[in-house]
Design a protein around this ligand. Sequence first.
Ligand code: GDP
Length: 200
Amino acid sequence: MKIKSAEFLVSNSDVLKCPSNKFPEYAFIGRSNVGKSSLINMLMQRKSLAKTSGRPGKTQLINHFVINNSWYLVDLPGYGYARVSKKAKKTFQKFITNYFEKRKQLVLAFVLIDCRHEAQKIDLEFMEWLGINQIPFSIIFTKADKLKPKALQKSIETYQTKMLEQWEEMPSYFITSSSKGTGREELLNYIEEVNKQMGL
Ligand code: GDP
């Protein structure tokens, strides 16, 4: 898919106030610092469409971007930072679950995982929750350039083994590097395919 236009539309703290337009929507989510903003900028080939590493946890907003005037890319806040209270964590969880439960336009969630890290409980639990709630998702492994090819392969295989303890099959996944542009075409083509299935 060629990106002809990518524009920031609106930020919301309440899912019910999100755009009412029927565009198919793809949500990007992951632990803070996973490389989400960099990935969005890389996909859209814009330097700072999504802001990179701001203050984690300070902004709990649903950020809508309109792509090619036909689909929405949604940048959700990062989760899993350590220095917040239990109460703040609960509020955040509610905010995220609300979005996924109520957002009718959502077609697919992309769960971002740092390819260097072992499977983390918070990500596994989040994907399990998506599964239980029948929300389709794919995994995006980020920062692939940080590992040598063999180590990368091993890391993905280990992750896959961990996933298969919980899942019957590995969800579809992508390997990306924002600094090298790895995975861009694959990911955009995948979204294009799904858009086609949605009648776009
Ligand atoms: P976010 O908090 O998930 O939005 O993460 P950011 O996009 O702000 O990235 C967090 C840090 O990881 C920043 O220092 C980025 O420069 C770095 N980073 C993000 N993606 C990549 C990547 O693909 N390769 C490398 N080497 N560093 C990356």
